[in-house]
Design a protein around this ligand. Sequence first.
Ligand code: SF4
Ligand code: SF4
Length: 439
Amino acid sequence: MMPGGNLLDQRLAAMDRCTRCSQCKFVPVPKSRAHMSACPSIDFVEYHAGSASGQLIMASGIAHGEIGYTPELLDTISACTMCGACDTACKVNFAEIVEPLEGLYAFRARIVADGQSPKRHREIMERIAETGNAQGRARSERAKWATGLTFSNRAEVLLHVGSVLSYDMSKHQSLRTIVEAVQKAGVPLAYLGQNEGSCGMLAWDLGYHDQARTLANAFVRQVRQSGAKTVVTFSSSAISAFRSIYPRMGIDTGDIRFLHFTEYLLEMTEMGRLSLKKACGHIWQKVAFHDTCKLGRLTEPYQRADYALTKEMGGIYTSRSPEALNFSRNGIYEAPRALLRQMEIEVEELERNREFSYCCGAQGGVKETIPAAAKMAARNRLDELKETESQVMVSACGNCAHHLGKHTRAPAIVVDLIDILAPSIVVGAANVVVHERVE
Ligand code: SF4
Ligand code: SF4
């Protein structure tokens, strides 16, 4: 067996503590019946195997040699976006004693180790190996957006763009405007250009942990060579990988500071080096904000469970007090909201928000493998707009914005935050209003 397969054996004890309570299918304390689901996978599959608990049962069956792989099993696990909502919901009841998302990571690694990875997943990995991006776009085009801009080879701050934005021509003008503003504000930026590769997040989600580790090590080496102490990324997958997955891989990133561009711009505005004027050119003053899974709950810094306070009392497990766990509350929720407020745009919360946000369906290889599941998740998410006074859903992730935008129906629209920021960004502190953070 390949090394990745052992992870499942290590997770067995935790997985076997799953009580089949089904909490992982629902938002804890839902506000309505219509939007009580936490799990896009079971919404699509519509039987227990599609849930985190169902996948853990299948994983346990595989590990114990009680069941074998079937096309149906592989289709079922392929509908899971690895969004982690199940993990947050399970922890509300069971703290860290089950951690279903860790079980899902281990299951996918075992599927790869057993040579059973779905064909579409293998194809994604071939494209990443060949071109450095899941879309299979040419490396030579990766830095086209930056034609005419000047970067340093070595600088305190390394710009990381990410694969989706690098190749999305419709976003290049906004990206350039924001990057130029940061440079004009006096920040020399290093940029890897066409040498920027995959951060390893998707490879990890698909179960290719060895390849993900190789990609992560290569990136950390590039950061060290650039001399950067801070990495600013426009990718929500990348910030999730840097803060949450690299520590799981055991990669030492030392004192490198990883920031999402929304956090960095917020810092720059708070220092008065950049400011945001009232959003211009838009007729709407109120928007609903979509918390991307990767940018939100999956960016929470990794905390390895130590089970220090776990006790078994007659077959019932108890764990540490809720205060001792983060419950996904330390993801990036506030920075994009604060930037919107600085542009005098009111943020209306969707029913499922922050750590309990509902996945748009674009992640975990689902979009490429089972497009119907990805579409259904997007439609479910967009349905929440009907409960708000806004027709506008904003996302700080290019991948989510693109996927949700493809499935929206007029008069609703989906807007990428960078397209609102670009026309509003001003170098210097002119008229800057620093709004209080809401924690
Ligand atoms: S994974 Fe957690 S929430 Fe889901 S059924 Fe098992 S114990 Fe319950
Ligand atoms: S990761 Fe997301 S899609 Fe997968 S089982 Fe958990 S909640 Fe469902």
